[in-house]
Design a protein around this ligand. Structure first.
Ligand SMILES: Cc1cc2nc3c(=O)[nH]c(=O)nc-3n(C[C@H](O)[C@H](O)[C@H](O)COP(=O)(O)OP(=O)(O)OC[C@H]3O[C@@H](n4cnc5c(N)ncnc54)[C@H](O)[C@@H]3O)c2cc1C
Length: 333
């Protein structure tokens, strides 16, 4: 494949809307493009064309937007979506392909990399261009987050996924660009396509919430966890967890914050019974305000906390809930 100086961002959509993480990737692509002077392309798939939505991609950094239209994109079936993305990618011949390291990106990008016979550096926290040879420099944590590995791919196109929530999107509504609609009429056997999208309304999305309440090993049991969930609910917060809480079966993996979980940057992060291991900090230290509850005054989490409460988690949560209930009662009378 002959390649040109183009950076292609693979766009993620859900129910017709482009995900914020895709706009973050456009910002990353624009920053890289300033060093190679090429073009930023945005490739996405939808069931129906929504021009306003496509223009948003231009405002967030795309020079050209390619929208593949096919019913398959309504079904969250990444392997089939990938099949539809391959022909335009082969035609556009990008030098670099980027996608967000979301569940969707982590599924579809390895498939595409295999089909394009190239490598993929997953979960990068930073990208750059080598001034010597113009190649993509991919930086990601390795060996348990103790070192940052710098990776260059020998094969082309150079593919990387980037952790969400690290690069705030950049909006410029004066940007102009080109939109191309690619109608793909491939029909898949509907019998093979039974899929169901279940939206868990009772669980707030961790990466999009302004307040995150996370529990660690100090939470210890189900009854304490229920109390923590109640606090999260009162604060309109998403419920996160340390890896130890997930390993103990008290939380699910999608709730894990940290190096091998999600990166969050809410306005308020409340860490309860979490020691503050480097791998946990990797996923939450970008939070605006950090409040920690821990019975050990020497716990490392207090080094990065804006406010620290030393004491038993259950007792402190109960007191906070009482105060919230009192205030709610006062304002109701
Ligand atoms: C490759 C790799 C990737 C990893 N990825 C992640 C990741 O994504 N996310 C992550 O979280 N970890 C990750 N880890 C694990 C990480 O190193 C820590 O083991 C983990 O974060 C510890 O979780 P914790 O703070 O809940 O538990 P602990 O370190 O055991 O801390 C529990 C804390 O609770 C406090 N406590 C105990 N009882 C109470 C009480 N009654 N009231 C108040 N406080 C109390 C204790 O003082 C202690 O500080 C990773 C590790 C590796 C090697």
């Amino acid at each position: 494949m002959r390649l040109e100086r183009k950076i292609l961002v693979l766009g993620e959509t859900f129910q017709g809307k482009i995900e914020t993480t895709s706009f973050e990737m456009l910002r990353v692509a624009q920053d890289l493009n300033q060093k190679i002077g090429g073009e930023v392309l945005f490739l996405l798939g939808t069931t129906q064309v929504n021009t306003e939505e496509l223009e948003r991609a231009i405002h967030y950094g795309a020079d050209r937007v390619y929208c593949v239209v096919n019913d398959i994109f309504g079904m969250l079936l990444p392997h089939l979506s990938a099949k539809l993305f391959l022909p335009p990618i082969k035609e556009l011949k990008p030098e670099i392909i980027l996608g967000a390291a979301t569940s969707w990106g982590r599924t579809i990008l390895p498939y595409l990399a295999a089909k394009l016979h190239t490598g993929l550096t997953a979960d990068c926290t930073s990208l750059d261009i080598d001034p010597e040879d113009g190649r993509l420099v991919q930086i990601r944590p390795a060996i348990g987050g103790n070192i940052m590995a710098t990776i260059k791919t020998r094969t082309l196109p150079q593919m990387a996924s980037v952790r969400p929530n690290l690069f705030p999107p950049r909006l410029d509504t004066s940007r102009q660009g080109e939109i191309k609609i690619l109608k793909d009429t491939t029909n898949y056997n509907p019998e093979l396509l039974k899929s169901e999208i279940v939206i868990q309304k009772d669980q707030k999305e961790l990466t999009a919430s302004k307040v995150v309440v996370s529990g660690g090993a100090g939470i210890k049991n189900k009854s304490n966890l229920e109390l923590l969930s109640k606090l999260a609910e009162k604060l309109n917060a998403a419920l996160g967890a340390s890896r130890k809480l997930v390993e103990r079966g008290l939380a699910n993996y999608p709730q894990q914050v940290g190096l091998s979980g999600k990166t969050v940057n809410p306005t308020l992060y409340l860490a309860v019974g979490i020691s503050g291991a480097i791998q946990h900090l990797a996923g939450m230290q970008g939070s605006q305000w950090i409040v920690a509850i821990n019975r050990d005054p020497e716990a490392p989490i207090f080094q990065i906390a804006d406010l620290g409460l030393v004491g038993d988690a259950r007792e402190i949560i109960t007191s906070i809930l009482e105060v919230i209930d009192e205030k709610t009662h006062e304002s109701a009378v």
